[in-house]
Design a protein around this ligand. Structure first.
Ligand code: ZN
Length: 476
């Protein structure tokens, strides 16, 4: 979709005017006295009217915008503008009186809300045809620069959404690797480890998960160096289980189709790498993806198996459906051997227990460094991605002691998100700053929101990008 910023109206396009409640001094509707005279509008949320032939415009949509106090309310208005005008080919949005930042946020919300995934529909929806949006107002041309930056982040979110929405017969680990390689066009150095190389490195925990699948396992490494080489990198690690059948500990069939989104962590990491490289961030950022498929098969790992991880620690496999932590464990060891991370943040749709605890409102944040956790939660707040602090304690850690190996891959019946985090914590060296985001409840949108249509959310892209952005500003 083309987004333009202009100074004057084109009377042949549909006009969208916002009516902002209790802010009459900066209300774009003020520029249209004839509309105000003819209609009794309050400006309340979701108030909608469509007029024809007024002030020389053939069609005008008026949208009640409420009070527009917060950034997210601006973005939501953008999503709603898309919703009321998606059947028009070309619209102009009056943003008279609004600041350049506010205009850019509305445009950002409109772009995020316009996302759709229709590549497998052979009959395209003819009604959704909006392809040009012009924002008109005195600060519009200055809003363009703010928007260009936000649009880079939207492109990262879209990549993540596309990947989450792709079915698992298309998005195999190998296909995911191809997508990662595509980032090399943006100045990202991409390195791929295949099964032979993973074996040589001793990444047996990750390989054990993929051994029951006909699709080969990979690790993809993306390096973006936008700062001095001496600057320690942020390291993001994503769980990329392209389909999780549960393995021999097979999942129940109801809802199993959702398990194509078990690569939501990896999609957030690759989306963030795209956003960060597109906006040419002045930071060093490494993204690592553990890419496997968890299937039941004659070669699949069994409950009771013991595997030696890359760290040297041994794992007794109690439940083959607790596979994400085995994939992450070896990736976490790898990045600590290879880099000197400023901090490591892993993202994973890791446990159903996380969804039980926090539903679809917040992802859980675990870790060993309070400052890092606070910075992540603050970054999430700025981007309206809900994150909530979760506990780590010796008691959870004790739960995963095994009788025959160093640890087992599940704890007892309760606190599954916390024992999973304890498991990961065993692969973090002393002194390494680390956080783990369990995003199981956040990767998929079931209802649809103004800036998040149904389907893959791309959750985490904006928080990771914002974390880096906040850091860039702190060292300036
Ligand atoms: Zn699983």
């Amino acid at each position: 979709m083309k987004i333009l910023f202009c100074d004057s109206y084109n009377h042949t396009d549909t006009l969208v005017v916002l009516n902002i409640k209790e802010k009459k001094n900066i209300n774009p509707l003020k520029s249209f006295p004839n509309i105000l005279k003819n209609l009794n509008l309050t400006g309340s949320h979701n108030e909608k009217s469509t007029l024809v032939n007024i002030d020389g415009f053939s069609k005008i949509h008026i949208l009640g915008a409420g009070k527009l106090q917060k950034k997210q309310s601006l973005r939501n208005i953008g999503g709603k503008i898309y919703d009321i005008s998606k059947n028009d080919k070309s619209i102009q949005v009056s943003v008279a009186g609004l600041s350049k930042q506010d205009i850019a946020q509305i445009a950002y919300g409109l772009i995020l809300g316009s996302y759709s995934f229709t590549k497998y529909k052979t009959v395209k929806n003819e009604s959704a045809k909006l392809d040009k949006v012009s924002f008109v107002g005195e600060n519009s041309s200055e809003a363009k620069k703010c928007f260009d930056n936000l649009n880079c982040i939207a492109q990262g979110v879209f990549l993540a959404r596309d990947l989450v929405n792709e079915p698992a017969n298309v998005l195999t680990p190998e296909k995911f690797v191809e997508t990662a390689k595509g980032l090399s066009k943006l100045g990202v150095k991409v390195k791929i480890l295949n099964e032979d190389e993973l074996k040589k490195l001793g990444m047996n925990a990750l390989l054990a998960v993929g051994q029951g699948s006909a699709n080969k396992s990979y690790v993809a490494i993306m390096e973006y160096m936008g700062a001095k080489e001496s600057e320690n990198p942020f390291v993001f690690v994503g769980k990329g289980v392209t389909f999780d059948a549960g393995g021999i500990s097979l999942k129940p069939s109801g809802g199993m189709e959702d398990m194509k989104f078990d690569m939501g962590g990896a999609s957030a990491v690759i989306g963030a790498m795209k956003a960060i490289s597109l906006r040419k961030a002045k930071a060093n950022v490494i993204g690592v993806l553990g890419l496997v498929e968890n299937m039941p098969d004659g070669l699949a790992q069994r409950p009771g198996d013991v595997v030696a991880s890359m760290s040297g620690q041994t794992i007794e496999v109690i439940n083959t459906d607790a596979e994400g932590r085995m994939v992450l464990a070896d990736c976490l060891t790898y990045v600590q051997k290879k880099y000197k991370p400023r901090s490591i943040i892993d993202l994973a749709t890791l446990t159903g227990a996380m969804m039980v605890a926090l539903g679809q409102e917040y992802a859980g944040v675990f870790g060993n460094n309070d400052e890092l956790k606070q910075n992540i939660i603050k970054a999430g707040d700025s981007e309206v991605e809900g994150l909530w602090p979760m506990p780590m304690s010796k008691a959870y850690n004790k739960e995963i002691n095994s009788n025959i190996a160093d640890m087992k891959n599940t704890g007892s019946k309760w606190g599954g998100a916390c024992t999973a985090a304890a498991f990961l914590g065993r692969f973090i060296n002393d002194g390494t700053s680390w956080a783990h985001l369990d995003i199981a409840g956040m990767a998929w949108e079931y209802k649809g929101k103004p800036t998040t249509p149904k389907g893959g959310v791309g959750f985490g892209v904006r928080t990771l990008d914002r974390l880096v952005w906040d850091w860039e500003r702190s060292v300036k």
